[in-house]
Design a binder for this molecule. Structure first.
Ligand code: GTP
Length: 414
């Protein structure tokens, strides 16, 4: 087949409001995939990586959020990227493979040779062009992006064993209780259209088992509850595990950065990783010190509508969203400042996320210890939180619309 006719379709699994609950309070105001990392919605990073693929016909976001949550975003992005980006809503969660299967007719409409499937809650360099070349060379049904991690954390992910020469996936276990391998599944896949046959086979096998179970009235009762989930199919446990060792799946290892975005704290780390990546991919997005705005050090993103006082010092690893106002003498390090935040003079923010429309008074200090892996390792202020003058907030999570008029330390303020 000529390269011309090798069409690619990309699918990003965005989940829905009942997923991503560990991301609260940040997911209370905005669908988690739209939370900004390095100034761009989380889902935009994989979308931009897909856009670099030749002959990309379509990008689909599949989830069970309401249509309105993505409508404006997808129409604006389609115009900007000149690639159709469309949100497809499941009526209920069907699981990562089940969601994909629901929309197989649309995905296959343009007769793609390859289907890129991405979990939206991963942060990585998305080396899709090299991965696609590897996938086509191996000629399997699927290729999985994998990464070596330390054995202590491997069990939090899907662990796998691959042949060191061919890359063939030999064994796959999702979050195993005993150690299998330090090679983990990054949630980035390329499949050939036969993947739908594999999903269909799992569905049919489940259906057959359900019919067999209806032999006794007691079992009928049981199966009634089980058939509810008959079309709930997960990519990892239900598809990858049984296909391992059958010369159908291959592993492509990345040496680059990779993180899973499950809890709010990790978004600070991911924002910093993407800011670092801008140095090579999009240097125009990185702020520089100039006569109109603040003194910038290291990787910093400042939305064009934000106002920063020339005596404020910002960076490294800071991202400032639309219409934020940063006053004189303010110091910002390792933080995400969301839309419409106001920070008054000489306030300090470090290792913290400041929610939409929040305000920090003069000499206020909002800070976290910086350990992204612990619940209170960074400070998070929800929407519309007001921190009064001189108040110090350290290692706290503060839910929306609270006024802090006393200093707090290691507290969750509901
Ligand atoms: P855990 O949350 O720890 O189970 O981690 P995981 O990464 O294994 O998550 P999971 O397999 O549940 O989800 C992987 C990706 O698929 C994430 O981006 C989810 O948002 C998405 N996802 C999960 N379930 C569904 C679903 O039913 N439909 C859709 N469209 N996406 C889903």
């Amino acid at each position: 087949m000529s390269e011309e006719s090798e069409k690619v379709v990309a699918v990003i699994l965005v989940g829905g409001p009942t997923k991503g609950t560990r991301f609260r309070p940040l997911s209370l105001n905005v669908a988690k995939p739209l939370f900004p990392l390095a100034g761009q919605p989380m889902v935009q990073h994989p979308i931009l990586a897909c856009k670099k693929i030749e002959n990309l016909a379509h990008i689909y976001l599949i989830g069970f959020y309401e249509d309105r949550e993505f409508a404006l975003y997808t129409s604006a992005l389609s115009n900007e990227l000149k690639v159709p980006v469309r949100y497809l809503k499941e009526d209920k969660p069907h699981g990562s493979a089940g969601g994909l299967y629901q929309f197989r007719d649309l995905i296959l409409e343009e007769d793609p040779t390859d289907i890129i499937v991405l979990n939206c809650d991963v942060c990585c360099s998305f080396p899709l062009t090299d991965m696609l070349a590897f996938h086509r060379k191996c000629g399997g049904m699927g290729t999985i992006l994998v990464k070596k991690v330390s054995p202590e954390v491997a069990s939090e992910f899907g662990e796998l064993v691959a042949d060191s020469d061919s890359g063939e996936l030999l064994h796959y276990a999702e979050k195993p209780e005993t150690f299998v391998s330090d090679l983990i599944n990054c949630g980035v896949y390329i499949f050939s259209p036969e993947i739908f046959i594999a999903i269909q086979d799992v569905k049919s096998a489940r259906h057959d088992r359900a019919v067999l179970r209806r032999l006794t009235s007691f079992e009928a009762l049981q199966s009634a509850t089980k058939t509810l989930s008959a079309d709930f199919i997960r990519l990892d446990q239900d598809i990858l595990t049984p296909l391992a060792g059958k010369k159908k799946l291959y592993a492509y290892e990345t040496q680059d950065f990779w993180e899973q975005i499950k809890v709010p704290g990790i978004s600070l780390r991911c924002s910093a990783l993407y800011l670092g990546q801008y140095r090579t991919t999009s240097p125009h997005l990185l702020a520089k010190s100039d006569s109109k705005g603040a003194i910038v050090s290291g990787d910093v993103y400042i939305h064009p509508s934000a106002k920063t006082h020339p005596s404020a010092k910002i960076g490294p690893n800071v991202s400032i969203s639309a219409n934020a106002r940063i006053g004189p003498g303010v110091r910002l390090i390792g933080c995400i400042i969301l839309d419409d935040v106001e920070i008054e003079e000489n306030a300090v923010v470090m290792n913290a996320i400041i929610g939409w429309k929040s305000s920090l008074g003069r000499w206020a200090r909002v800070q976290g210890g910086g350990d992204y892996t612990t619940k209170l390792g960074i400070t998070i202020l929800g929407e519309g939180v007001s921190v009064e003058d001189e108040v110090v907030v350290i290692n706290c999570i503060v839910l929306s619309h609270k006024t802090l008029n006393r200093s707090v330390h290691e507290e969750i303020i509901l």
